[in-house]
Design a protein around this ligand. Structure first.
Ligand SMILES: C[S@@+](CC[C@H](N)C(=O)[O-])C[C@H]1O[C@@H](n2cnc3c(N)ncnc32)[C@H](O)[C@@H]1O
Length: 260
């Protein structure tokens, strides 16, 4: 079935299309994302979007709602209202978000706001950071011999103490933590307190799919120290589990295989 995203011509009334921009490399955009961008009158975008991605919407007005040094992030309610106002003005509004809009992207809140306002809304999925970074590191998140499940968890540490991550990591499981770099020490301590072995292998995937991508492999007990020692900065993911010590993954972190 053909999606309305790829229908040609000007929309009779405005609408909002949430588009996943992928993990960084512009050539990881989907074909559907490129087609949606080509139809945009307005692009409302986050930070960390490669300018080459915005170039797919050459005629569009660009609105940057990301956090920058000179100003705070636009509150989510204000972003929701902006999308509705622009669509009601008759525009095709592309809400461009890193990775996938529904993985830690607040896409659900924006969809709800559009529906509540009676504005037509669609979602174009994107390659989430975990998938892009793991592919670049040749690190399968599931593997017949090492992991039959994978969990995506937000590492922002609000209420970390109350969270129970014990069931998410361990033998046969892969845990991928988004937004966890600055709290890596607390996260490792909590996982160990919840019963995970301090010797559990882990990796930090920094700048996955982007120039300068790095893979740092370590053990859970040393995770916080490795983040500091290697001066890991965002964007990065923490991956916990046996898949991080596969032969191919080890070769990438030793610099034997290009992770690009
Ligand atoms: C607010 S979340 C957005 C996730 C996004 N919606 C997705 O599906 O990838 C931002 C976090 O994603 C992770 N991230 C985004 N891009 C990344 C990249 N290129 N390499 C590693 N991690 C990345 C980092 O953990 C970052 O703090």
């Amino acid at each position: 079935m053909q999606s309305s995203v790829i229908a040609p011509g000007r929309a009779a009334s405005g609408r909002v299309i949430l588009v996943g921009a992928g993990p960084g490399a512009p050539d990881l955009l989907t074909v559907r994302a490129v087609r949606a961008l080509a139809m945009a009158a307005v692009v409302v975008h986050d930070g960390l979007i490669d300018p080459a991605v915005l170039d797919f919407a050459p005629g569009a007005r660009r609105i940057d709602v990301s956090k920058r040094r000179d100003r705070h992030t636009l509150p989510q309610d204000a972003i929701n209202a902006l999308l509705v106002v622009e669509a009601r003005a008759g525009h095709t509004v592309i809400r461009l978000k890193g990775g996938d809009p529904f993985i830690f992207g607040r896409g659900g809140e924006e969809v709800d706001a559009c529906i509540a306002a009676g504005v037509a809304v669609e979602v174009v999925p994107g390659v989430s950071a975990a998938l892009g970074a793991a592919a670049g590191a040749l690190m399968p998140l599931t593997h017949r011999e090492h992991a039959s499940s994978v969990s995506f968890v937000a590492g922002t540490c609000q209420n970390l103490v109350e969270q129970d991550w014990a069931g998410l990591a361990g033998k046969g499981r892969t845990l991928v933590i988004y937004m966890g770099v600055t709290n890596a020490v607390a996260i490792a301590d909590k996982l160990i307190a919840d019963g995970l072995s301090p010797d559990c292998p882990c990796a930090v995937l920094e700048r996955g799919t982007l120039p300068g991508a790095r893979v740092v492999r370590t053990l859970l007990a040393d995770l916080g120290g490795a983040v500091v020692a290697h001066r890991v900065i965002s964007p990065a993911l923490l991956v916990i589990g046996d898949v991080t010590r596969g032969v191919a993954a080890a070769a990438v972190s030793e610099g034997l295989i290009c992770a690009c």
